[in-house]
Structure formats: structure tokens, C-alpha cells
Design a binder for this molecule. Sequence first.
Ligand SMILES: [Zn+2]
Length: 360
Amino acid sequence: MTTPSFDEQAWQAVISRDKRADGEFVYAVRTTGVFCRPSCASRQPRRENVRFFALPAAAEHAGFRPCKRCHPHQAALSDPRVALAQRMADHLEAHSADGDATSLAALSQTFSYAAGYVQEVFKEIVGVTPHQYVEALRLRQFRHALKSHESVAEAVYHAGYGSVSRAYERASDRLGMTPAQYQKGGPMLDIRYTTADTPLGTLLVAVTERGVCAVGLYDDAQAALSALEREYPQAGLSRQDEALNAVLGDVLSAVMAGAAPAHDLAFDVQATAFQWKVWHALQQIPRGETRTYSQIAHAIGQPTAARAVATACASNHLAVLIPCHRVIGADGALRGYKWGTARKAALLAREAQTEPVAAG
Ligand SMILES: [Zn+2]
């Protein structure tokens, strides 16, 4: 008999709406963007769309919103270290626009623990330092303010960046474009795309004039187009099957048979230096093999960054070309996949069985 993994136990608690598990963890649902306490009475999600987090702040950091029905924030946390991390996260959220109140020294003073301990507990439980947490909060607020059509200057103010230049410096590399471009939804971008039906779903390939900007697998062509529209809300999108035939063929054989692209495929994806580092490491994983998040963290020389590696994997735009599906949990669990865990399993199964095909 093997002991069920944390995820399995957590899932059992969710299925049985076990009140005793409230405060032990929260679960987040990818399709709705909402996270709940285990006992929430709302409709039960499908297992493959669920992620578990030790505390609400970690779920929020990953971009999920608290459920309005079960108020997962208000569940009493059973572990005192987890409770402390959550109180710190609440404090950071309340004061995110105030650089003085969010410093390590201020946290140490507010919660009466040594700065080193404050940092250690927060990092261990939330997965990032308090500083990184505040940066992510600000970026989220900034993004939200830009999308709600505030001027860039107002958005800068509301997100607590202090100055426009600092906002540009901080936000540009994460948004992948300048704030003004982001506000306009990337209007300068001309994106051409095509799709093909595969045994793994509808394959979408999209390119800019500089290179491939999106590759994904979806349930159907409509879902593929919707995903592309969400990613580039105001770019000009045009379907061009014939012009993209060669690129599509390349990507298709890479996805289905592991063939190296016959043409030199340039990528046009915006990313931080850290994301590039992770994605480059992913490209070194041989077909048919897998690595754990922590092995990738070691490979890039940042052994404690396993969670950040997972986040970078989740932000990959180029399915299979950057093989984030080859990274799995240390316990062998698949964890998540942007294009569906079932597809991750199917891709790995294919790769385990078939030899790669030489470029033609
Ligand atoms: Zn709920």
C-alpha cells in the first residue's frame, strides 16, 4: 500500500466537501479562475482543472480570485506558520501602494518576528519572497487599472509604483510590452494564424512577422481562436491557411512525431530573463524523458526556485516547441498543463512509445 499523495488526499476532501479540511488548503479551478475552501457548496469542478494551494495568498499570487460563496479567506488556518504567512499577505495587500509598510523591516516590526524568519516563513509557504509578492500584486493592479481605461499615469499611481519610469522599468519586461502598448491590447501587432485537426485536438499556430507567437492545442477551432483573441485582444488576427502551410507542417510534425523543424522557426514571444532561462532548460529535455520542477530549478542554477519554474512553465506560449509538458511533480503527478492535463498525459505517452522522426 502506498500513502496517497497530498493532491489525492486533498481531492478526496473536495469531493466529500469535508469541513475538517477547511483551513488546511484551498483549491483553485482553472476554468473559472476562482478558489474555494474544500467544503464549498458550489458545483464540483473536474479534477484536471483543479490546483491546490496551502493558503489563499498563494492562490491569489497565481492569479485566482476568492469565491464569493465560501469566502476561503475567512477559514481559520490550522497551521500557525501558514496563518502567519496569510496575515502577512493580507498586510501586503492592504499596503501594496506603500513601499515603507511592505519592506521586510516593516513586516518584522508589524508581526514581531525577526526579518529573517518573516522572509523564510513567507517564502516557504507562499513560494515567493514578500518583495516578489508585492511586485506581483502591483503588476496585477497596474494591469487591471490599464484595462479599466485609466490613463497610464493614473494606473501608475493606483498600483503604487511611485513614478512612471519605475512602472515602465518594472512592468515592461513582465507585460512583454510597454504599458501604453498593453493598454491598447497590442494594436501594432499583425497576427496570422491557422489550425489543423490532430488526435490531440485542434492545433493552433500563430505568427507575427518576427516569428511564431502562439502554439496550442484546443478542443476545437473556435476555442483556439478565442484563446488567441484573449491573449492579443486588439491585434489584427487573420486566418491564412495557405501562407502558413509550411510552418504548420513543421509544427505539426514536431508535435505529433517529435521531428526537428525542417525550417528555422523563429519565436516571437515576450518573456522575462528568468522565463527564457527556464524555457531554454526545457528545450534540453530529450524527447521521451521527463524532469521535475526542482530538477529544472537546479539546472538553471537556482535550486530553490522550483515554484517559480512551475509558473514559468505555465506561462509558456509555445506548446511542445518549448516542451513544458516534460516537467512533472517530484511524486510523478502530472501537475497542470495550460492546454489540459489529459493532453499532457497523451503527449508523454506518445513520446514514450515512438522514436523521433528525422527532419525531412
Ligand atoms: Zn467557494
